[in-house]
Design a protein around this ligand. Structure first.
Ligand code: C2E
Ligand code: MG
Ligand code: MG
Length: 766
C-alpha cells in the first residue's frame, strides 16, 4: 500500500505544531487582554440576541418625559411642581413604586421644592436617583444627591453605570458605594435582587424594549392615565428626548432614553441571576481544540472541524445567553480562525509538495527538508519506468507506484519516500550506516516481477547514494541521481556518489565528440578476456572488450564511453572497429582450426541498422573467419523488447551463421518469453549474481535455476565475473558450461592472450 504522507512525515508534523500553538496562544491572550475584539463581540451578541428576542414582564412601566411632554411644559428642567403632579397622578393610579430617573440636586424656587417634597410625602413610594461615583472615560465626579428635603421623604437608588465607545451600557451594578451608605441600583431595587457592592451584571438585550409598557408624561400630567396601566406596577420616570440628552445606545435597537436601560436591567434581574464567565474559559477550550486539530493526522477533516467549531462558537452562546449565562467569544474565535489559517497554509504547502499520482512528497519537498542536511541521501531509479508506464492500462500507474514503494519500504516501514517524475524515488538515512547490504537486498527484491492489472512487470532499478555534504539538497539530489545512473551503466546495483565525478560529468559530455577521433588516432584498442570451458577447464574463447587509453586522462572505463556512445546512438563506429579487430584477432589466434570462439559486444540498439548484417558478412569474408567462430553478445537489450525489426535482424544474423549470446542476463529484460523469442544459443549470467553466489543462498539458487532453465531451452550458459575458485567450482557443480572472470584471466592485450594460449594450451585453468 502507498504510504500516506501524514503518517510518514511525522517528524515534520510533530515539531511544527508546538511553535504554531505557542504563537496562537500568545497572540490570543494579547487579543483578549486588550479587548481588541470588543466591537465584533458587541455586534455578534446583538445578532445572537435577535435569535432569542423575547418580551418584558410588563410589570415595569416607563413614563417618558418625551418631546411632547417637553413641548407641553415648555422648558427643561421642569419646575418641580410637575414632578409633584406626576407623583400624585401615579400614586393615585395605584403604582406600586415610583422611580425618578431625574436629578433633583440643588434647590430651586422654594414653592416648587415644597410642592415636590409634599408629593413625595403623600406618595411614600418614590425612589430618587443618585448619580455617581461615575466614570466616563476615566473621569471621576463626586456624588450628587437629591436635596435633603427630598431625601428624607424618599428612598434613594443609584443610576450609576459605565457606558462604552458606542454609548451602550452592557452591564449594570447591583450596588455602588455612596455617601456613608451603599446604594442599590435602580435595577436592583426594581427587581428586588440585592447584590454586592461594585458587583455588576449583564443586561439581557434580547429583551425587546418596545415590549415595556410606556406612557408619555404629558398624558400623565393631563390626567389621561389609562386606569389599569400602572396599577400594582412599578413605574420609572425618565427623559426620552434628544433635547435633554440622556440617550443611550440599546444594542440591536438604537438610541433610547436611559430610563429604558434601567427598565431592561430590572427585567433581566427579574428573570434570573445573570452569570458572566468572561472570555477565558472558552478561550482555553478553543486553544485545546486548536491544539488537537494541529496534532491531528486526519488531514482532510481538520478544516471542516475548525469550521464547525467556529459555527458552534458563533451560535452556541445564544443558547447560554437565553439562560442568562454570558461568555465573550472573540478571543476564542481569533484562536480558531488563526488555527484554521495555519491548517490551510499547511494544506496548500503540502499540496504543492505532493506528487498527485503517488500521494508521496515530491522532490521539491525533499529539497526543502530541513533535517535532510545531516543525513545521507539515497536515490532509487527505475530505469525502464517510462516504457512500463507506456504499456500500462490507464489509471494503473498508482498501483505500480504503490508496489514499488512497498518494496522500497521493506525493513524500514516508517521511512518517508519522496517521489519524482520518471521513476525516481529518494529518501534520507543515517549517514554512518553501511548501505551496501540494504541496497543489495532491495535490488534483489526488485528481481521478482511486479504485478499490476494482471501484468507481470520486470523492473530494472539502480541506486545512488550521496553520503552527505554541505552542498544544497538540490545539488546533492543531482549527485545521487548521477550515482544511480552510473551504477546502472557500470552494471552495478548501487553506487556511492564520488565528488570527483562532478568534473567527470562535464568530461563525459566531451567524450562523445572525442571518441570517433580517438579511434582514428589509435587511442582505442581491444582487450581480450579468456573464456574457459568448465568441463575441460580450457580456454575456448575470449570476449573482445573495447579500451581507450586517453593521452591525458589515461585509461577510460569502457562503461563510461560505451554508455555515452550507446545513449547517443554513436556506438556504430566503435562496434565496427572492435568487430574488425576481434575478427582479425580470432584468425590470428587459430583461425578456423580448433574451437576458439571470439565474442564481441553488440548493443541491441544497433539491431535497427539494416546494413549491419552485410558489414559483418564482409568482415568475416575479408579475414576468412567462419561465422560460427563469432559470437555477438547482446547488450542494452531493453531496446529489443517487442521490436519485430530487431528480431528479424537477429534471425538474419543466425542465418549468416553467427552465434548470439544474451549478455548481462538477469539485470534487464529477462522474462522467459523474451528468452524464447531471441534466437540466442548462449546466455551470460550477469556478474552481480555470480559474485554474490558464494555467500548468498538465494543468489545461488537463482544462478542454479537459470542454468537449468537455459539448458532446458537448449541454451549454453556462461557465468561472468567469476573471481574466486570457490565460485568456479560451484558453477562447475551446477553444470554451468563456461566461466569468464578474473580467475580465468583479466582482459589483456592480444599478445598476452596469444602467449597465454600457447603456453597453457593443454593445461587446465584450475
Ligand atoms: P560486459 O560485456 O558484461 O563485459 C564484462 C565486463 O566485466 C568487462 O568490463 C570486464 O572487464 C569485467 N569483468 C570480467 N571479469 C570480471 C571479474 O571477475 N570481476 C569484475 N569485477 N569484473 C569483471 P569492461 O571491459 O569495463 O566493460 C564493461 C561493459 O562495457 C561490458 O560489459 C560491455 O557491456 C560494454 N562494452 C565493452 N566493450 C564494448 C564494445 O566494444 N561494444 C559494446 N557495445 N559494448 C562494450
Ligand atoms: Mg559482454
Ligand atoms: Mg556482461
Amino acid at each position: 500500500m502507498c504510504n500516506s504522507v501524514h503518517v510518514r512525515d511525522r517528524k515534520n508534523a510533530e515539531t511544527r505544531p508546538w511553535r504554531s500553538l505557542l504563537w496562537i496562544a500568545i497572540a490570543g491572550l494579547i487579543f483578549g487582554v486588550l479587548g481588541l475584539g470588543q466591537i465584533l463581540e458587541d455586534v455578534l451578541r446583538a445578532t445572537r440576541n435577535s435569535l432569542h428576542s423575547h418580551h418584558a414582564s410588563g410589570d415595569i412601566v416607563v413614563v417618558e418625559i418625551d418631546n411632547i411632554a417637553l413641548q407641553k411644559v415648555g422648558r427643561w428642567p421642569w419646575p418641580r411642581r410637575y414632578h409633584a403632579q406626576l407623583t400624585d397622578e401615579l400614586t393615585r393610579a395605584g403604582a406600586k413604586q415610583i422611580f425618578f430617573d431625574v436629578h433633583f440636586y440643588g434647590a430651586t424656587e422654594p414653592a416648587e421644592d415644597l410642592a415636590l417634597a409634599e408629593a413625595l410625602t403623600r406618595s411614600g413610594r418614590v425612589t430618587l436617583a443618585v448619580r455617581g461615583p461615575s466614570r466616563t472615560g476615566g473621569e471621576v465626579t463626586t456624588n450628587e444627591w437629591p436635596l435633603p428635603v427630598f431625601e428624607s421623604n424618599a428612598q434613594l437608588g443609584s443610576i450609576n453605570w459605565f457606558y462604552n465607545y458606542q454609548n451602550a451600557v452592557w452591564s449594570l451594578p447591583y450596588k455602588v458605594p455612596g455617601k456613608g451608605q451603599d446604594l442599590p441600583s435602580f435595577a436592583s431595587l426594581l427587581s428586588a435582587s440585592p447584590g454586592a457592592v461594585n458587583d455588576s451584571f449583564r443586561v439581557d438585550y434580547s429583551l425587546d424594549p418596545h415590549s415595556i409598557p410606556r406612557i408619555s408624561a404629558a398624558n400623565v400630567i393631563a390626567g389621561e392615565l389609562p386606569a389599569d396601566l400602572v396599577r400594582g406596577k412599578d413605574v420609572i420616570i425618565g427623559t426620552t428626548s434628544d433635547v435633554t440628552g440622556d440617550m443611550y445606545f440599546v444594542p440591536g435597537v438604537g438610541q433610547m432614553g436611559g430610563v429604558f436601560v434601567h427598565a431592561l436591567g430590572a427585567e433581566t434581574l427579574k428573570s434570573g441571576k445573570p452569570v458572566d464567565f468572561g472570555w477565558l474559559p472558552i478561550f482555553f477550550l478553543s486553544l485545546a481544540f486548536g491544539a488537537w486539530l494541529l496534532w491531528s493526522r486526519t488531514d482532510r477533516h481538520q478544516l471542516r472541524l475548525a469550521g464547525a467549531a467556529v459555527g458552534v462558537l458563533l451560535l452556541g452562546p445564544a443558547l447560554l445567553e437565553s439562560r442568562l449565562i454570558f461568555v465573550d467569544i472573540t478571543p476564542a474565535l481569533f484562536v480558531l480562525l488563526v488555527t484554521a489559517g495555519v491548517l490551510l497554509r499547511r494544506r496548500f504547502r503540502k499540496r504543492g509538495l505532493i506528487d498527485q499520482v503517488s500521494g508521496l512528497p515530491n522532490l521539491t519537498a525533499l529539497k526543502s527538508h530541513r533535517e535532510g542536511k545531516d543525513q545521507a541521501l539515497i536515490v532509487a531509479r527505475v530505469l525502464n519506468y517510462a516504457e512500463i508506464v507506456a504499456s500500462l492500462p490507464a489509471n494503473s500507474e498508482r498501483q505500480l507506484l504503490e508496489q514499488i514503494v512497498t518494496r522500497l519500504s521493506v525493513g524500514a516501514p516508517n521511512r518517508v519516500h519522496y517521489h519524482g517524475d520518471g521513476g525516481i524515488f529518494a529518501w534520507f538515512d543515517e549517514p554512518s550506516k553501511p548501505f551496501g547490504q540494504h541496497l543489495d537486498a532491495l535490488y534483489a527484491l526488485f528481481r521478482t516481477p511486479i504485478r499490476v492489472s494482471s501484468m507481470a512487470i520486470d523492473l530494472s532499478i539502480s541506486f545512488g547514494v550521496e553520503i552527505g555534504s554541505s552542498r544544497s539538497l538540490a545539488n546533492r539530489l543531482g549527485s545521487a541521481l548521477l550515482a544511480a545512473e552510473e551504477a546502472a551503466h557500470d552494471g552495478l546495483r548501487w553506487k556511492y556518489y564520488d565528488p570527483d565525478s562532478l568534473q567527470d560529468a562535464s568530461w563525459r559530455l566531451s567524450i562523445l565528440s572525442q571518441l570517433d577521433e580517438a579511434i582514428d588516432r589509435g587511442e582505442v584498442w581491444v582487450a581480450y578476456q579468456p573464456k574457459v570451458d568448465l568441463k575441460t577447464r580450457r580456454i575456448v574463447g575470449a570476449e573482445a572488450l573495447a579500451r581507450w587509453t586517453h593521452p591525458e586522462k589515461g585509461p577510460i572505463a569502457a562503461a563510461e564511453f560505451v554508455g555515452a556512445a550507446e545513449q547517443h546512438d554513436r556506438i556504430g563506429k566503435l562496434t565496427a572497429f572492435v568487430l574488425d579487430q576481434a575478427i582479425a584477432a580470432a584468425c590470428d589466434l587459430g583461425g578456423n582450426s580448433g574451437n576458439f570462439n571470439m565474442s564481441v559486444n553488440l548493443s541491441g540498439r544497433l539491431l535497427g541498422d539494416r546494413k549491419l548484417v552485410g558489414r559483418i558478412a564482409i568482415l568475416l569474408d575479408r579475414y576468412g573467419l567462419k561465422p560460427e567462430r563469432l559470437t555477438l553478445e547482446l547488450t542494452e537489450t531493453a531496446a529489443l523488447a517487442g521490436s519485430g525489426e530487431a528480431l528479424d535482424m537477429l534471425a538474419q544474423l543466425r542465418e549468416l551463421g553467427v552465434a548470439i549470446s544474451i549478455d548481462d542476463y538477469g539485470t534487464g529484460l529477462s522474462t522467459l518469453e523474451y528468452l524464447k523469442k531471441v534466437p540466442a544459443g548462449e546466455i551470460k549470467i550477469d556478474q552481480s549474481f555470480v559474485k554474490g553466489m558464494v555467500e548468498n543462498r538465494s543468489e545461488r539458487l537463482m544462478v542454479g535455476s537459470t542454468i537449468a532453465l537455459a539448458h532446458s531451452l537448449g541454451r549454453q550458459v556462461v557465468a561472468e565475473g567469476v573471481e574466486s575458485r570457490e565460485a568456479l567450482e560451484l558453477l562447475a557443480e551446477m553444470e554451468c558450461d563456461f566461466a569468464q572472470g578474473f580467475i580465468t584471466g583479466r582482459p589483456m592485450s592480444l599478445d598476452s592472450l596469444r602467449r597465454r594460449l600457447f603456453s597453457e594450451q593443454r593445461s587446465k585453468v584450475a
